[in-house]
Design a protein around this ligand. Structure first.
Ligand code: NAD
Length: 331
């Protein structure tokens, strides 16, 4: 089977090649994202392997099918960039990697919390400048604070366990709480209680219609002044102009982001010799109490290995007609 790997980086090539050690699949690595402009590259391939910012809309799904592609194998958990209805219409199954290392993402969310709280990013710069003053660097004890997790799936549960280890009171909002979530000991509460009582709120829900801009001017107005918000899930969960307003008024005291609504043309690339064109993102980077990483929460050795193995397992199952063993995404 011939597989076209889009948005390919050196680390994708390394891990997918290793997982394909027996060379059963013919992997071709393409640096460009899959979009309507690049879909022609898929001609002659059986499968496309895609990542978070590839665009699989109706135009692309139709072109993929016309090019002979039979399967979209996502090498990530989220699939908000895939038009599932269009894929179904064009008879193009979509597989994904539902779980690779929930701990990787949860631990990154905690890294952002600790960095923001103790001003590690500012201290790092000061020490390099020979400045050892402490003013402006004061943090707070996490012990005893109320921390909320919005979305108590695999990553949320890992996050809850870590925060309980710090001695925090942990709340969780999830409309479909699983038994595994209940066993974490988090208090399952309505969203209004999350907004009203939390010192720290971390988003771990998927980006779907009901969660789009779940952080908006209305929800922000219900939060404790100075709340810390962490988003390692998807950029579209936050209305960015609304959060900039809330940062300016100090309603939001700290913001940690690993994802950004308009990240598709920004993250995963080196633009260090260019002028930043996104004025909203540029404004975000000016706040001392905002820390942004470029969608790296998943980026651990363990996660990349698991992603490669599950992606190829999905493809092998498809090849053998074992659809029931695949992690398929339904419209
Ligand atoms: P999961 O499917 O295990 O859990 C998602 C949970 O969200 C489920 O328990 C579900 O019931 C809940 N949920 C659904 N609708 C909700 C709503 N309206 N409000 C609150 N909760 C809701 O997914 P996961 O593996 O824990 O991943 C969560 C998200 O993390 C993914 O959707 C993806 O967007 C993001 N993610 C980010 C990275 C990264 O590198 N930054 C990596 C992997 C995943």
């Amino acid at each position: 089977m011939k597989v076209a790997v889009f948005s390919s980086k050196s680390y994708d090539e390394e891990h997918l090649t290793k997982a394909n050690a027996n060379a059963e699949l013919e992997l071709t690595f393409f640096v460009p994202q899959l979009t309507a402009q690049t879909v022609a590259l898929s001609n002659g391939f059986d499968i496309v392997c895609c990542f978070v910012n590839d665009v699989i809309d109706n135009t692309v799904a139709k072109a993929l099918k016309e090019n002979g592609v039979q399967l979209v194998a996502m090498r990530c958990a989220g699939f908000n960039n895939v038009d599932l209805d269009a894929c179904e219409k064009h008879d193009l199954p979509v597989a994904r990697v539902p779980e690779y290392s929930p701990n990787a993402v949860a631990e990154h969310a905690v890294a952002l919390i600790l960095d923001l709280n103790r001003n590690i990013h500012r201290a790092f710069s000061r020490v390099r400048e020979n400045d050892y003053s402490l003013s402006g660097l004061m943090g707070f004890d996490l012990f005893g604070k109320t921390v909320a997790c919005v979305g108590g799936g695999r990553i949320g549960q890992s996050f809850i366990r870590i925060m309980k280890g710090f001695g925090c009171r942990v709340l969780c909002y999830d409309p479909m709480p699983s038994d595994a979530l209940k066993e974490t000991g988090a208090e399952l509460v309505p969203l209004e209680q999350v907004w009203a009582e939390s010192d720290i709120i971390s988003l771990h829900c998927p980006l779907v219609r009901s969660t789009y801009h779940i952080i908006n001017s209305n929800s922000l107005s219900q939060m404790k002044p100075g709340v810390m918000l962490i988003n390692t899930s998807r950029g579209g969960l936050i209305d960015t102009p609304a959060i900039i307003t809330a940062l300016k008024s100090a309603r939001v005291g700290y913001l940690g982001l690993d994802v950004y609504e308009e990240e598709a043309n920004l993250f995963f690339e080196d633009y260090s010799d260019q002028v930043l064109q996104d004025d909203i993102f540029a404004r975000l980077t000016t706040f001392k109490n905002v820390v942004i990483t470029g969608h790296q929460a998943f980026f651990t050795h363990e996660a990349l290995q698991a992603i490669a193995e599950v992606t190829l397992a999905n493809i092998h199952h498809y090849n053998k007609g074992e659809l029931d063993k695949m992690c398929l995404v339904k419209a």
